[in-house]
Design a binder for this molecule. Structure first.
Ligand code: ADP
Length: 454
């Protein structure tokens, strides 16, 4: 991997003229990068200490609306500022943009300079700190699935997103011939991200027309969330630069498979995977069993953080590899949780519930909250499910709609204890706003169904 970029290196690059722009970014509730493009010289002279943004950035939706009902901010409170505090350890080049580097910022209260509790980065840091206090380091990896379409975002939007044409005409799962045709996007994506210090392992064709997967090596949870966020962002930018478009919608068409974001998890102690016990069944330590039991018990509580939109729930369809039950299995892709690397020192749990539309900071934090609760409660893990999990009737169902997930989120004593009442109220409001907006919409489905026959 290329060496991490230090502040000193940045200064030198600004002096020699190879860097002229610094992107200072926060991660919003939707997992997007939001921020400012600094003239690099101004950044190294003063903005590196702090800059500011309007506090509605953490109380809005994909459309940048200003919904009522957030305790943190409102028109009444005047939508003041947050401090954006650059985390200089996150400095990295952005090789797909000329002369540009990026830094991720923490979001602080303007007056107290305390971290804003509902900032996704703060939420993840809190759960990581909880694990660290138990002597454990969470190591995680997320897989990114997405679809590539012919034509730009602008052209597809201009056509009302009708007749979207995936870049391939057939299921391209592991297909080298088809993925060769996509190298115009995927090769710069892999190589630029790698040069940006993001440990890309590989890309591959996925099991649908135009579907791609990007795999990134596991790392400490905060790094993992950052890798995911930047990789998703750059996928869109590199697609855009190539005149095509990428979508991370969980389900773009009813008759096509959806896109997931599986989350691989292990807890490490003293530089070793503490989920591994060579003498135990499947090589799973007691610690791993309790963590996994927590993931399963609290899967309904945390589903919102794995599936945050109306559309996310359209992905949970039987027979499509998207799980509908909160059970675990040994290397079986139909369960919500899959044991991977059984019997090896890479033993880990993969959560398969999340869609490609998740915010990785929130998803990882919620997984950690559930797993750590399992350890604290000393939960025992039931036997794994075998065979087709879709047909297993004993298993707990995960919430099947955003409305149901909002309820399990709001009423989760576990999440309230782990993240704080204010944070849960904030995200429950976000979920309800999404539902309210959808209720106001008149969809194509209603028109087609009722125009003549109703
Ligand atoms: P697959 O068979 O699904 O291709 P891989 O071996 O490529 O599996 O691993 C999938 C993901 O799991 C990768 O991102 C990898 O970095 C990650 N991974 C491997 N070991 C661990 C671990 N101990 N903890 C968390 N993630 C891990």
């Amino acid at each position: 991997m290329p060496e991490a970029m230090t502040f000193e290196t940045l200064k030198a690059r600004v002096e020699d003229g190879s860097v002229d722009t610094v992107l200072a970014c926060i991660v919003d509730m939707q997992g997007r990068l939001m921020g400012k493009r600094f003239v690099a010289r101004h950044f190294i002279e003063s903005a590196w200490e702090e800059t500011h943004c309007c506090n509605y950035l953490l109380a809005t939706d994909l459309e940048m609306a200003t919904p009522e009902g957030y305790a943190a901010t409102s028109w009444e409170k005047g939508y003041g500022d947050y401090v954006m505090k650059p985390d200089l350890a996150s400095l990295r080049p952005v090789p797909w943009l000329e002369g540009t580097v990026m830094v991720i910022c923490d979001v602080l209260d303007h007056h107290t300079h305390a971290e804003v509790p509902h900032s996704p980065r703060a939420i993840l840091k809190r759960q990581v700190a909880r694990a660290e206090a138990m002597g454990l380091t969470p190591m995680m990896a997320t897989e990114l699935e997405f679809f590539l379409f012919e034509k730009s975002y602008e052209a597809n939007a201009g056509a009302g997103f009708r007749d979207l044409m995936p870049v391939s005409r057939y299921n391209e799962d592991y297909n080298i011939l088809q993925t060769t045709k996509e190298e115009g996007v995927m090769r710069p994506l892999r190589n630029h991200l790698y040069a940006a210090g993001i440990p890309i392992e590989n890309s591959k064709g996925e099991a649908e027309t135009g579907q791609e997967e990007l795999n990134i090596k596991y790392g400490p949870a905060l790094d993992c969330a950052e890798y995911h966020t930047i990789a998703k962002h750059s996928t869109k930018e590199i697609a855009w630069a190539n005149g095509v478009s990428a979508t991370f919608l969980a389900k773009w068409r009813a008759d096509k498979v959806g896109s997931s974001s599986h989350v691989h998890q292990s807890l490490w102690k003293d530089g070793k995977n503490a989920f591994h016990d060579p003498d135990a069944e499947y090589g799973m330590s007691e610690l791993m069993r309790a963590y996994m039991a927590g993931l399963i018990k609290y899967a309904p509580d945390v589903t919102y953080f794995l599936a945050p939109y109306i559309n996310s729930y359209k992905r949970f369809v039987k027979g499509t590899f998207a799980p509908t039950k909160s059970v675990w299995s040994v290397d079986n892709r139909t369960a919500g949780f899959r044991l991977c690397g059984a019997g090896t020192k890479a033993v880990r749990v993969e959560c398969r519930i999340g869609g490609s539309d998740l915010n990785p900071y929130l998803a990882l934090a919620a997984q950690l909250a559930a797993g750590l609760a399992g350890i604290e409660e000393g939960l025992t893990l039931a036997a794994p499910i075998r065979g087709d999990v879709y047909e297993a009737d004993a298993a707990a169902e995960i919430p099947v709609s955003l409305a149901a997930a909002e309820q399990t989120l709001s009423h989760s004593a576990m999440l309230r204890a782990a993240m704080g009442d204010g944070v849960i109220a904030h995200y429950a409001r976000c979920a309800r706003w999404e539902l309210e907006e959808f209720d106001r919409a008149v969809t194509d489905w209603e028109i087609a169904r009722g125009f003549e026959r109703a």
